[in-house]
Ligand binder design. Structure first.
Ligand code: FE
Ligand code: FE
Length: 167
């Protein structure tokens, strides 16, 4: 079905996010399992729980809009998740690989931040204030996760430098 109204677009964007978040629920346990650094491992597991909450907020948004909660394949997230999986497949566990996983995870968070900002703004202009509020809450959590990953990367990068014996 073509997207003709801003309301159609809002629903399309919610479907994309619903699928993206569900892809992450499958990917994050694998990222956690692969991580060597304890803080990174814990960070992935914490964000897994938050991500389940993101799906719940999306379900609530669909409900508020009187639409069935349904996903539509998010190709971008599929690609981002594949890049993380590739890092795990192609490399043995190491702190360098952890740094690679952080890079993949931060790409995911930035993608989500962009998408939630979009739905928040569209919901706002349509007067769906409750939906806009829910999407802003998730946007804030994605932003906090990104910041946390930057923090962890400082420690991981320094340790990776020693581990790998870079000049
Ligand atoms: Fe999320
Ligand atoms: Fe996230």
């Amino acid at each position: 079905m073509p997207t003709t109204t801003l309301n159609d677009l809002l629903i399309d964007e919610l479907k994309d996010l619903y699928n993206a978040e569900n892809q992450l629920i499958k990917a994050l346990p694998k990222m956690a399992k692969a991580a060597v650094n304890a803080k990174l491992k814990a960070g992935f597991l914490k964000h897994l729980e938050e991500t389940k909450g993101h799906v719940q907020r999306l379900t609530q948004a669909f409900k508020l809009l009187g639409e069935p909660a349904k996903g539509k394949l998010c190709h971008a997230m599929k690609g981002l998740v594949e890049e993380g999986a590739e890092a795990i497949e192609e490399n043995d566990p190491s702190l360098v690989r952890d740094a690679q996983l952080i890079g993949a995870a931060q790409r995911v968070e930035h993608y989500e931040m962009a998408a939630y900002g979009t739905v928040r703004s569209i919901a706002e202009v349509l007067g769906h204030d409750e939906v806009a509020k829910l999407m802003q809450q998730t946007l804030d959590e994605e932003g906090a996760t990104d910041k946390k990953l930057t923090e962890i990367s400082t420690e991981v990068n320094a340790a990776a430098l020693e581990e790998a014996g870079d000049e």
